[in-house]
Design a protein around this ligand. Structure first.
Ligand code: SF4
Length: 447
């Protein structure tokens, strides 16, 4: 590990913040709907509660009011999107008596007071107040109106969102609310994808910087490299290995000896591999009492952790050169660097394939170089793309209604992945509450 640098030079990050600004303003709108944590820990909004009520998504639970009276819903009512109560013409059986009328839905009982519904005659026919929280009670709610608290019915907020996920499924095969706008305005979509891509890389970079405040940047890079070598199934085991055998312990050794040490300590090295075994023995480092667990089930030979480990150590060996390599050439250079120990392993294929090299570049090299201040944001406009993944395809199809034409450049692909995570696959957000839907989408502020 030869290259160090100062994290103080943050100008590239300012440029990225500018490029990501449009997307970040959408995220702020999203927080109004779904991310805002209130002081009582509730994430979410009335709209999701309304969806729950409309779908009667109570998993067959017997309903009782907060005072214990049984309640049966014959008809949840008609969802009212105009002024007045949330649902009209509902039919309920409360304590054995049939009632017809309106229903109002709130997060907290006291929202009734805050919204000043009592003097409004439109609420005169209310037969039920539905809230998430059970206490404390609303002060101005007429005493005759019964109170149903969903936190006593559903196990958690997450379960509640899960219960209405089907309501999101009604968009399957039909246009999503965001689609018409983006079909009409392809340039706006292109701009949004790029902004979301910058936002994603910015998050990775800021995470890198935060970690580097707690430990050496070289160790953060090494740990990130090991995690990237592990794929999903072994990434945590690789992380543990990088933490228990930190880079400073390996620094005195050659790349081959580093490999022998990590292979032995991780439990992957067999004693028959005498040369490597002897190299490890010289190091004096011992495997831990609690062995490492590797998930090797059905693994293709080229993905074996020993090969990944050797590939990662090859990257470390050539790091100084890789940190100077132009972004467009980086994936190929990473693959070549990964082959440093290929001969020793008698591997017939590259230890880091071309697609993994692109992933290592996007997840590790770009954030690392941005954090060091050695890469300018303008060099990111021509990032190579990855193999198309399900989240990319799904998001593109949702936004455009098309399966063809998915962007091939890395920045917009990163944007698709970020929109998937923040909006389309966000368990706290539904299309109905998404700021990218037609009604919520706002043009970026003019400079
Ligand atoms: S969650 Fe938002 S961006 Fe995703 S399909 Fe629904 S409206 Fe579109």
């Amino acid at each position: 590990m030869c290259r160090t640098g100062s994290l103080k030079s943050m100008n590239p990050l300012d440029a990225m913040r500018d490029a990501a600004a449009e997307y970040q303003s959408l995220l702020q709108q999203s927080s109004v709907y779904c991310h805002e944590k209130t002081c009582d820990g509730f994430s979410g909004d009335e709209h999701i509660l309304q969806l729950v009520w409309q779908a009667q998504a109570f998993e067959g639970a017997a309903l009782t009011l907060v005072d214990g009276t049984p309640i049966e819903v014959v008809d949840p009512g008609r969802w009212n999107h105009a002024d007045g109560p949330d649902f009209c013409d509902a039919v309920l059986v409360i304590g054995g008596t049939i009632q017809r009328g309106a229903i109002e839905v709130h997060v907290r009982p006291t929202d009734w007071d805050a919204h000043r519904h009592t003097p409004n005659p439109a609420y005169g026919g209310l037969i039920l107040h539905v809230t998430w929280f059970a206490t404390p009670g609303a002060k101005t709610l007429p005493l005759r109106v019964p109170h149903l608290a969903l936190e006593r019915i559903l196990p958690s907020y997450a379960a509640m969102v899960e219960a209405v996920r089907d309501s999101d499924a009604r968009y399957a095969g039909v246009p999503r609310p965001c689609r018409a706008y983006f079909q009409r305005e392809p340039l706006a979509l292109d701009r949004l994808l790029a902004a979301a891509g910058y936002h994603r890389l910015l998050i990775k970079t800021e995470r890198f910087i935060a970690q580097a405040e707690a430990e050496a940047t070289s160790q953060v890079f090494y740990e990130g490299l090991m995690v990237a070598m592990g794929c999903r199934r072994n990434s945590e085991t690789f992380r543990r290995l990088a933490q228990e055998v930190p880079l400073r312990m390996l620094e005195p050794f050659s790349t081959l000896k580093r490999f022998a040490v990590l292979a032995r300590i991780s439990g992957l090295l067999k004693e028959e591999q005498r040369d490597l075994w002897d190299l490890w023995w010289e190091s004096g480092l011992q495997p831990p009492v609690q062995p490492y667990h590797w998930d090797l089930k059905g693994m293709r030979p080229q993905n074996h952790p020993l090969k990944r480990l050797a590939g990662g150590l090859g990257v470390l060996h050539h790091l100084a050169r890789l940190l100077e390599t132009p972004v467009a050439d980086l994936p190929k250079a990473i693959t070549q660097a990964g082959d440093c120990l290929r001969k020793e392993l008698h591997a017939s294929t590259a230890l880091i394939g071309s697609q993994r090299a692109v992933a290592v570049m996007l997840n590790l090299f770009i954030p690392y170089r941005l954090a060091l201040g050695t890469l300018e944001a303008r060099h990111l406009s021509a990032l190579p793309g990855e193999t198309l993944s399900m989240p990319m395809r799904d998001t593109w199809q949702r936004l455009t209604g098309r399966t063809a034409g998915i962007p091939t450049d890395g920045m917009r692909q990163q944007g698709l992945l970020q929109i998937y995570a923040d909006f389309c696959h966000n368990p706290k957000l539904l299309c109905d509450t998404c700021p990218l839907a037609n009604r919520g989408y706002m043009e970026p502020p003019k400079a």
